[in-house]
Design a binder for this molecule. Sequence first.
Ligand code: PHE
Length: 341
Amino acid sequence: METIENRLKDIRHDLDHDLSNIHSQEEFDQLKIKFLGRQGLINTLFKTLPIKDNPEIPKLINILKSEIEVKIDQKSLSLSQELRTTSIDVTLPGINPPQGSVHLITQAIEEIENIFARLGFIRRRYPEVDTDWYYAEGLNIPKDHPARDDQETFYLDKNIVLTAHTSNGQLHEMELMKHPPIKMTNIGKTYRRQTDATHNPMFHQFEGLLIDKDISITHLIGVTEYFVKSYFGLDREVRLRPHHFQFTEPSFEIDISCDICQGKGKINDKRCKICKSGWLELGGAGMVHPNVLRNGGIDPEKYSGFAFGWGVERVLMMKSGLKLPDLRQLFSDDLRFLKQF
Ligand code: PHE
């Protein structure tokens, strides 16, 4: 029995020695054959030892066999790692890590922000969840006024609202600055009770506010033209249509000429399918109402100003000719869609 145990010990020793000297797949395959192959050391033990006379012997051989199998498996793992790290082909082209990009809407916001910054407008971020005062009442919209019906929105409680426009920034800015000149843009999320292919309950607006001495509609037109020509192109025209907002007087809707029919409303005597009239609506604007100036602590006898509030998604679509079957794609986070931009 003792000599048998010695033979097993020798094999163990042999295995450890061989394993530590293996550095290639071929050497590894040979080692496997040497110990576990048909003519290998283990099988030779079964054939040469008196296993029938002593049932302990096959048990011992089997224990040794499983030990060898485990060690060989471990070596197989470490060898494949070793081979992988030592066999880098530096002449192969590298693997490009995937690269992210700025979301389409963020790109538009940055572009808009930069255009107004060139005119000296500071970009603010005023609350998207605000009190009724900043959102409506302070903007000359009393609690029972029908103008509130135009902007059905989400109230978190009686006094706190998810803002349906960025105009709530106007009073915040007057309070912050206290004295004109005031020149700011407030770009942010807005919320309305609407959802269909062309409307999303959340969208973005950019608000502009300029207050100083002797500010007139001419300045509003000048700033609007600067924006329109910078953002859409030099050939685009601007027009003002009378409108009504509670917080501006007079108030306007601003239109820009359609690029498809060059403002003619017709292409080869056929009505332009994009605009139908030669003009596309940009959004609301007007001269800040004296009550709003007063609510912001500014004397309307001394100062005047203008404000506008336009949609980011709207200008983005108008500029790029991007025709989305569903506007909500912009917010879907579907990479197949977003990767195009
Ligand atoms: N707040 C208005 C809207 O959301 C737009 C607007 C802003 C109009 C500023 C006039 C002045 O429709």
